[in-house]
Each structure stands twice: as structure tokens, then as C-alpha cells.
Ligand binder design. Structure first.
Ligand SMILES: Cc1cc2nc3c(=O)[nH]c(=O)nc-3n(C[C@H](O)[C@H](O)[C@H](O)COP(=O)(O)OP(=O)(O)OC[C@H]3O[C@@H](n4cnc5c(N)ncnc54)[C@H](O)[C@@H]3O)c2cc1C
Length: 564
């Protein structure tokens, strides 16, 4: 049976960075991923990564912008850590081989991004995630003697001993169907977000909230789950992302009358206000009949104002996306977009070293909530979050491992339980609803009732639907009865994970009776610091979600009204 000092679940940027950091500290490390590591969703990241590396910049300015962007819900101690460590991390990436774009003087080029008071986003055209992920994977292969890779293994549950300490996982080999126990002194969850809870979303099919649900079911609290980011520029039919880099390069947003409507809500920053502000402004245009397209459900993004040569050089991927998925040459005509689900600010509650309240269990990256994004994440701060807190988790877990023996635990009962659960799904009678039908209803419900604008009635109705779908999912049937690459049975598990995430999101959104960051309650349209400057934590107690609150850490920036 495999046994390691540090076992990392997830091989996106957070997971790979954690693995390398733990290995560097001398720990024996394993990294597991349900897909090949370079297919992890970090590969889709486009626009760039923030760091105060310009001589005119200062990490405190980055931190202030992040605090303001979070609508003061972000924990300032964690934000200070992230922003102060950012320049060294970006330089480290460059030293290990990331070919960041350079300016004419040969320095690292920086582009403008939403909510930032200065150009601070380092980038590789609009394929920054791909560039980062491949370079880290090279490093993993270089460290193959200290980091064991379990590629295409799916974690089904966490192993906890009688004292509630995490000491490994159960996982299924996707290729063969074999289920095995993995012992570890520490487990780091780096499983990414939960975008597939919504339909449409900019997130890939594998982003199903597994890590959030695994931790939640093991008793870890979730935090800020009501905070769901809608990105201002996603393609109307498919939800595919058009990077904020486009607006960073100068693209305009236009309503049906050809007006740059951002003048009304963000006269200084215009299209480069924070995402929550821009998405709301777009949705207001659409709701009030000033949208474009057949159902007036879109907004025009005009990239033609960016010099064509620059677009081909720095935004080449969205030139391809526009052509292939919307039939539009963005260098010659505007493209129709709308706000679409993109990111979740919430996740498994951790401290600044990635520790969850469960001993031996860490979380880093989009699965986690440190909380550096609070009510709204600034563009290009997520790649940074994955790397900083991935590294810190790896380092901390390695140090903890050095102080302890491998925990002893009889893994057989849980191994058999997980095997039996998988078998039971495979042999369900072909009646009732299919997994895909339930998933579609979940996504459409969330996109209707837990989106840019929310209210009590819609959220209560969403909760009712989510709970009905939870029941239906217990008996949802699948086609594939085999063992080899049975994605169907894993899809059924993922559906359960997504439903847990959706329930937490809706419960948090009902609980938070104010408007802050990405949560805009039309029935409580004001921010209310007196009552709601606090995190909402959700923990599973006796099978039921229980809500508590935790304070927001404020170090140097007192809450102010946000203006862009
Ligand atoms: C289209 C798009 C563009 C973006 N652009 C930017 C950008 O320019 N800048 C920025 O800062 N942010 C950007 N983001 C956000 C950012 O890319 C993500 O938040 C970040 O990459 C998440 O990284 P991660 O390591 O946490 O998770 P991921 O990269 O999603 O990796 C998750 C890993 O967990 C594994 N996993 C999940 N469940 C299981 C399981 N049950 N068993 C085993 N393994 C499992 C997966 O296989 C995968 O390896 C973008 C997001 C999208 C969708």
C-alpha cells in the first residue's frame, strides 16, 4: 500500500507547486490527479498573474487593491502574505523556464487588469496557465525520484482515524477500476473549484467541486461559499471565456446603442473596474432592454480598438476562440458576450499555511478559502493564490511530516465501503433520472437563481430544487457497467460532490442578508458592515449543514465605500 509524508490530491498549479515545495523540504511526496496533470484546469488560465514587480509598484498597493476588490471580506493577513510574496514567486517561475512576455526594454511586460491601480499582470500571450503548468510539470518529472505521480486516479474519500486526524485517502484507478488505500502523514487537497455546478460556466467538465465536498463530508468547514464570480466576458451560447486581458489591452464594452455604459457605474476605471461591478453593469443593461442580439441577452465587446498587430501577438487565443466558437473575427468586428459563471471565491476554510481545522488535512488553490478573495476575486490573483498557498501548504506539511511517524489505521472498512458504493452505482436499475439530466437541471437552476442578482424567493426555490436533486441523485443511473475508464460511475460521484457545493452556496446566499462583492441581493441592496462584515462558515454536523460565523481579519485597511 502506498505511504507518503505528503499526499497531494490535484495536479493543477496549486498541487504541483505544493508537491515541489514539499519535495524540496525532503519529504516523500505523491501527487494524484483524476486526469493527466497538464489537462488540469489551470491550463485554461489565460490573462496572467499579478505581482508588484514594476519599479513604480509596491506590494502594499497590490494588497490594497485586493482588499478593495474583495469588498472588504478578504482576510488582510492572508492578502498581505500573498501580495508580499508575489514578486519572488513570479521571478522563481521565470527562473525555472516560464517565458513571460517582455517589453521593448527587455523587462518583463505587465498588462492592465480589472481593479488594479497600476499595470501589474505578468503574462504569456493569453495562454499563461498553459505556460506555467507545463513548466511546473517539467520540474515534477525532474523530481521523479522524490515525487511519485498517480495520474488518472480518482479520490473517492478521505481517511480519518478515530481522533479525526486525516491520514490518507481512498482512490480508484480510472484505467483499471481498482480501488486502493493511500496512507499519508498529510493530505493536501488541490482539487480546483466547482464551476460545473453552474451551466454554462467557463470551467471545464472536470471542475466538479470534489475536494470541497470531500473535506466537507470529513467535517471541515466551508467558508464564503455564497461568493460566486460571474466573469463579464463569456461567449453567449457556450460560456467560453474571453479573457479580461482583452479589456486590459483596451477593448470596450458597448450596449445596443453603442454606448460605453461603464461610464455610469465606474467612471474612472470604466471596463477595468472589478469583475463584480462590470458584470452587474452588463446585467443591468441586458435586464433593462439595452442588450444586443436576438433576445437582447448580450453585450458587445469591441476588441477592434486594440491595434491588430497587438491583438494577434498578445490575445491570439481569443482570436481563435472568437473565430471557432462564434464565427467572429475579433480584430475586425465586436463580439457578443455576457456575464458567465467563472470562479468560486469560497471553499475549504484554511489558515495562511493551508491548514484546515482537521489535523493532517490541508487545502490550496481554488478548492480552498484562505480568504484572499473575499467577496470578489481580482483577475490574475487566482494563479497567484494557487502558487503562494500551494507552496506554503507543501512546506508546512513537509515540516509536520518530519515530526511524526506514519499513522496507523485499519483502512479496510472504508476501502470496502467505497468499493461497495461504486458497485451499487454501477448496478442501479435503469429507471428514474440519468446523472446528466440531474446535472443539467442543477446547473440551469443555479444560473437562474444564484447568479449575478439574487433574492430570497429565488434562493429558497433554488434550495428546494437542489435538495430534490440530491434525493434523485441517490438513484440516478448510468450506462457503463465496465471497469476500464468508467467515467460514468465517476460522473455519478462528481454529481454528489456538485450538489453538496450547490447546497452550501445557496445556504450561504440565503444567510447573507446584504449585498457585498459578487453577492447582490435585490431585497437587501446595500452592504451592511455592521451586521455582515463576517465570513459565513458551513459545516456538516450529523449529516446536516450548520452555519456559524467567523471574523474578517483587518490589519490596515478599514472598510470604505468602493468606487471605481
Ligand atoms: C478559462 C479560465 C481562465 C482563467 N484565467 C485566469 C488568469 O488569467 N489568471 C488567474 O489568476 N486565474 C485565471 N483563472 C482561474 C484559475 O485558472 C484557476 O482558479 C486555477 O488555475 C485553479 O488551479 P488549481 O490548482 O486550484 O486547480 P485545477 O487546475 O483545476 O486542478 C485541479 C486538480 O485536481 C484534480 N482533481 C479534482 N478532483 C479530483 C479527484 N476526485 N481525484 C483526483 N484528482 C482530482 C484534477 O485532476 C486537477 O489535477 C481562469 C479560469 C478559467 C476557467
Amino acid at each position: 500500500m502506498p505511504a507518503h509524508d505528503v499526499l497531494i490530491i490535484g495536479a493543477g498549479l496549486a498541487g504541483q507547486r505544493a508537491a515541489l515545495a514539499a519535495a524540496e523540504r525532503g519529504a516523500s511526496v505523491a501527487i494524484m490527479s483524476k486526469v493527466h496533470p497538464v489537462r488540469s484546469h489551470s491550463v485554461a488560465a489565460a490573462g496572467g498573474i499579478n505581482a508588484a514587480i514594476s519599479v513604480d509598484d509596491d506590494w502594499r498597493s497590490h494588497a490594497y487593491d485586493t482588499v478593495k476588490g474583495s469588498d472588504y471580506l478578504g482576510d488582510q493577513d492572508a492578502i498581505e502574505v500573498m501580495c508580499s510574496e508575489a514578486p519572488a514567486e513570479v521571478m522563481h517561475l521565470e527562473h525555472i523556464g516560464v517565458t513571460f512576455f517582455r517589453n521593448e526594454s527587455g523587462e518583463m511586460d505587465l498588462r492592465a487588469f480589472g481593479g488594479a491601480s497600476i499595470k501589474r499582470t505578468a503574462y504569456v500571450a493569453d495562454i499563461t496557465g498553459q505556460a506555467l503548468l507545463h513548466v511546473l510539470y517539467e520540474q515534477l518529472m525532474k523530481n521523479h525520484e522524490t515525487v511519485e505521480r498517480f495520474e488518472e486516479w480518482f479520490t473517492t474519500s478521505l481517511l480519518l482515524d478515530e481522533a479525526g486526524v486525516c491520514c490518507g485517502v481512498i482512490a480508484r484507478d480510472v484505467r483499471s477500476g481498482r480501488v486502493e488505500a493511500f496512507r499519508a502523514k498529510n493530505v493536501i487537497l488541490a482539487c480546483g473549484g466547482a464551476g460545473q455546478v453552474y451551466k454554462p460556466t467557463t470551467n471545464g467538465l472536470i471542475v466538479t467541486g470534489d475536494g470541497i465536498a470531500l473535506a466537507y463530508r470529513a467535517g471541515a468547514p466551508l467558508m464564503d461559499m455564497e461568493m460566486v464570480q460571474y466573469h463579464p466576458t463569456t461567449l453567449v451560447d457556450t460560456g467560453i471565456l474571453i479573457t479580461e486581458g482583452a479589456r486590459g489591452e483596451g477593448a470596450h464594452l458597448l450596449n445596443a446603442a453603442g454606448e460605453r455604459f461603464m461610464e455610469k457605474s465606474a467612471p474612472n476605471k470604466m471596463e477595468l473596474a472589478s469583475r463584480d461591478v462590470v458584470s452587474r453593469a452588463e446585467q443591468i443593461e441586458i435586464n433593462e432592454g439595452r442588450g444586443v442580439g436576438p433576445e437582447k441577452a448580450g453585450i458587445m465587446l469591441d476588441v477592434t480598438v486594440v491595434p491588430r498587430k497587438r491583438t494577434h501577438e498578445a490575445l491570439r487565443e481569443i482570436v481563435n476562440l472568437g473565430r471557432d466558437f462564434a464565427g467572429v473575427d475579433i480584430t475586425r468586428e465586436p463580439i457578443m458576450i455576457r456575464p458567465g459563471q467563472h470562479y468560486i471565491m469560497g471553499g475549504v476554510k484554511t489558515d495562511i499555511d493551508g491548514r484546515t481545522p482537521i489535523e493532517g488535512l490541508y487545502a490550496a488553490g481554488e478548492v480552498a478559502c484562505v480568504s484572499v478573495h473575499g467577496g470578489n476575486r481580482l483577475g490574475a490573483n487566482s494563479l497567484l493564490d494557487t502558487l503562494i498557498f500551494g507552496r506554503r501548504s507543501g512546506e508546512h506539511a513537509a515540516a509536520r511530516a518530519a515530526t511524526m511517524p506514519q499513522p496507523k489505521l485499519d483502512v479496510q472498512p472504508q476501502l470496502r465501503r467505497d468499493e461497495a458504493e461504486l458497485e451499487a452505482i454501477i448496478s442501479r436499475p435503469r429507471e428514474g433520472r440519468r446523472v446528466s439530466e440531474i446535472k443539467n437541471e442543477l446547473g440551469e437552476t443555479m444560473n437562474r437563481q444564484a447568479a449575478v442578482f439574487r433574492d430570497e424567493e429565488g434562493l429558497n426555490s433554488a434550495l428546494e430544487t437542489v435538495r430534490r436533486l440530491k434525493e434523485e441523485a441517490q438513484g440516478a443511473w448510468i450506462d457503463d457497467r465496465g471497469t476500464v475508464f468508467n467515467q460514468d460511475v465517476l460522473g455519478a460521484l462528481e454529481l454528489g460532490f456538485m450538489i453538496d457545493c450547490a447546497e452550501a452556496t445557496v445556504l450561504g446566499a440565503i444567510e447573507r442578508k446584504e449585498s457585498r462583492g459578487a453577492q447582490f441581493r435585490t431585497d437587501y441592496p446595500e452592504r451592511n458592515d455592521e451586521e455582515w462584515l463576517k465570513h459565513i462558515d458551513i459545516t456538516l454536523e450529523d449529516g446536516e449543514p450548520a452555519i456559524t460565523y467567523s471574523p474578517v481579519t483587518i490589519t490596515q485597511w478599514e472598510p470604505e465605500e468602493r468606487k471605481y
